[in-house]
Ligand binder design. Structure first.
Ligand SMILES: O=C(O)CCC(=O)C(=O)O
Ligand SMILES: [Fe+2]
Length: 319
């Protein structure tokens, strides 16, 4: 058997470089299945995403967040549009908890955000983020082209990760293809700005939450820790291995497997007091078609868009 798991454990490191060989795919599916039954988290290397593209993504995105406030205002989130937010609210809100806002700015675009107004309006009856139009900053130059190049590469990688997931679950390898052929995925940048003031009690860079959708493929800035995943009662660091991505499944995917796979709580903790470094992370949220029917074994079917919209309403609820 081809060896694909480089580091075993709660969050294993899996080398995807054999993903184009049949024997390699079977071994990879087994490794992914094992991780998703245990923590729902794994780290990937050997994924084929060009290092240079990831570097350019970080450069343009970091430059955007470092603009003065009025430089970011033209793309500020407003009715009908996604874009820049000074705080994504409190992630913990999605769990019905009330804590101070996350110490984070964000910028988001959706795959569907490039469609025409009428096509977007037809994406279900919900007031949901995939119905918003994208806004793109003009500064720094090359921002939109770089993001679009990255989105296309991450889309291909995520599709393949779901094919390996289907194999792991004993399904036809293409089972999820038809459920994601008009996917409503988003690419988000989280900018955890320098902490010059002491956070309030209970205030984190990103509060504890589970991701709600299909699959998350996250790039975190090298060498800067902060991301933690819950194991039992203990928070475990997920260190940023250079050149790696962190992959985890969301609640919808866990439900889809009838609970065989798990969606696990994670958070981003504050740096030590006096450490004023910023941190950038780029989660790609791979989400099914808004009208995909999710039929968990032994449970009632749900429409993916209904389910995701309900969760998002909580996340962005205003007091
Ligand atoms: O910044 C990170 O490392 C994690 C962010 C996260 O969990 C999210 O955006 O859902
Ligand atoms: Fe998350």
């Amino acid at each position: 058997m081809t060896s694909v798991t480089m580091v075993d454990g709660y969050v294993p490191v899996i080398d995807l470089s054999s993903r184009n060989r049949p024997q390699g795919r079977r071994a990879l599916a087994a490794a992914i299945g094992g991780a998703c039954e245990t923590s729902g988290f794994f780290v990937i290397v050997g994924h084929g995403v060009p290092t240079d593209l990831v570097g350019r993504m970080h450069t343009v995105t970091d430059a955007f967040f470092r603009l003065p406030e009025d430089g970011k205002r033209p793309v500020a989130h407003r009715p009908g549009f996604s874009g820049f937010r000074t705080s994504g609210g409190t992630t913990a809100r999605s769990l019905d908890q009330r804590t101070p806002p996350d110490l984070c700015e964000s910028f988001a675009v959706h795959f569907t955000g490039e469609l025409g107004d009428r096509e977007r309006a037809a994406l279900g009856e919900h007031d949901a983020p995939w119905k918003l139009a994208n806004l793109w900053p003009e500064v720094p130059a090359g921002f939109k082209a770089t993001w679009q190049e990255y989105m296309a590469v991450l889309e291909e990688l995520s599709r393949d990760l779901l094919r390996l997931s289907a194999l792991a679950l004993g399904l036809d390898e293409r089972f999820y293809d038809a459920k994601f052929d008009r996917h409503v995925s988003s690419l988000v940048a989280n900018y955890y700005y320098p902490q010059v003031e002491r956070p309030l009690p209970g205030q984190l860079r990103r509060g504890a939450h589970t991701d709600f959708g299909g699959l998350t493929v996250l790039h975190q800035q090298d060498d800067l820790g902060g991301l933690q995943v819950l194991q039992g009662q203990e928070w475990r660091d997920i260190r940023a291995i250079p050149g790696s991505f962190v992959v985890n499944i969301g609640d919808l995917m866990a439900m889809w497997t009838g609970g065989r796979w798990v969606s696990t709580m994670h958070r981003v903790v504050n740096p030590e007091q006096g450490d004023t470094s910023s941190r950038l992370s780029l989660p790609f949220f791979y989400q099914p078609d808004h009208d995909a029917l999710v039929e968990p074994p032994g449970a009632a079917a749900v429409v993916a868009g209904d389910w995701m919209a309900a969760k998002l309403r909580k996340l962005f609820a205003v007091d």
